[in-house]
Design a protein around this ligand. Structure first.
Ligand SMILES: *Cc1c(COP(=O)(O)O)cnc(C)c1O
Length: 362
């Protein structure tokens, strides 16, 4: 069997380890940057009504024109820019990689960065180059410009704010990168709602800039909708790789309806930002804990024996993300998603308890 696998499956796939998503059953789930709140009952009832009346025997609208129109309005997308929808923005990353994967082509990112950039580059047959960030997780512009000149990347992905560090990069550094690269720069604004900063206005200025958003972190992770914004010339090419019915009818109808009440999502984002400030302040008072700044809906922090603490939290049914060992800059780092007030309180109480407990000697 293993010979057969090795003769059929591409070597770079055999070498890839699958993106691990741990089971969260029965856990307080603070690992995946989900919005902890539900929608108001009246809106949920409207959604039930939509489900009842949807023509699920028919294929969805392949152009999703009404959904795109309300997205354009809600997100202030410039009229001269086109929109492409994806089944989550992960799918859009894949479309861009498939379109640019000439033999030997490089997809560049920063490390530590969003893991899917490297994974998708690899399975699409591209070479991934990750340029290390500085120790404070800012962009090392000199290193980046040197890497661009050496590798001539077809595409550079930059998450703004960055995941897993949570910070916004210096916008001027990003502009320098856009100007210096021979290829496309995709600014991935998955966490834009928590940041008050965007490259949306820069699209008209830079012909090689594309901008990606998702509704996942805003409370609609289960519906799977991401979007790419950019010049129609680029998007016409990328559209050729998008599978025709990648956004289902329920997603189209439900997102359209929820966007009519976008203020609710924004209020929830504001509540998450307020909780983030409380969570960061509490972490900062804990002995031996270093908290990093965050413009996203998660907080990165460092403490001794992070992997052991992570496991102890898990034993207390609290699931966060262990980043220790994933990159030298993330040594002893853990990432916690900002949850609802009671979840954050329980997380902090449990962490404090673990930290203050005398070490049990074996
Ligand atoms: C979560 C995340 C995404 C993917 O979101 P989708 O759910 O696939 O839309 C993309 N980029 C970054 C940086 C993320 O953290």
């Amino acid at each position: 069997m293993s010979n057969l696998l090795e003769s059929i499956i591409r070597p770079e796939i055999l070498a890839l380890s699958a993106y691990h998503i741990p089971s969260a059953e029965g856990m307080i789930k603070l690992d995946a940057m989900e919005n902890p709140y539900t929608l108001p009952l009246i809106l949920r009832e409207e959604i039930s009504q939509l489900a009842e009346e949807a023509h699920i025997n028919r294929y969805p609208d392949p152009s999703a024109a009404p959904l795109k129109a309300i997205l354009r309005d809600t997100l202030a997308i410039p009229s001269e820019m086109a929109i492409m929808l994806g089944n989550g923005s992960d799918e859009i990353i894949q479309v861009i990689a498939l379109a640019t994967a000439r033999p030997g082509a490089v997809l560049m990112g920063v490390d530590p960065g969003f893991a899917m950039f490297r994974i998708i580059a690899t399975f699409c047959g591209m070479n991934y180059v990750g340029v290390p960030l500085a120790a404070d997780f800012s962009i090392d512009l000199e290193a980046m410009l040197a890497a661009i000149s050496q590798h001539q990347p077809a595409v550079i992905f930059l998450a703004y704010p960055n995941n897993p560090s949570g910070n916004l990069f210096d916008p001027q550094a990003i502009c320098r990168i856009i100007e210096a690269t021979p290829g496309i720069v995709v600014v991935d604004e998955a966490y834009q709602a928590f940041a008050d900063a965007t490259f949306m206005d820069m699209l008209t200025q830079y012909p090689n800039l594309l901008l990606m958003r998702t509704l996942s972190k805003l409370g609609l992770a289960g519906l799977r909708l991401g979007l790419l914004v950019g010049r129609p010339e680029w998007l016409a090419q990328l559209e050729k790789l998008r599978l025709p019915y990648n956004v289902g009818i329920m997603t189209q109808l439900v997102v359209e309806r929820i966007l009519q009440h976008y203020d609710i999502l924004l209020e929830q984002a504001a509540a998450i930002k307020a909780e983030r400030a409380i969570l960061r302040a509490r972490l900062a008072t804990m002995k031996g804990v270093e908290v990093f700044p965050s413009d996203a809906n998660f907080v990165l922090f460092r403490l001794n024996e992070a992997s052991r603490i992570f496991q102890e939290l898990q034993q207390h049914r609290i699931l966060i993300k262990n980043l220790d060992g994933s990159h030298p800059l993330l040594k002893n780092c853990l990432r916690v998603t900002v949850g609802a007030s009671d979840e954050n309180t329980l997380f902090c109480k449990t962490l404090r308890h673990i930290l203050e407990k005398p070490l049990q000697l074996a």
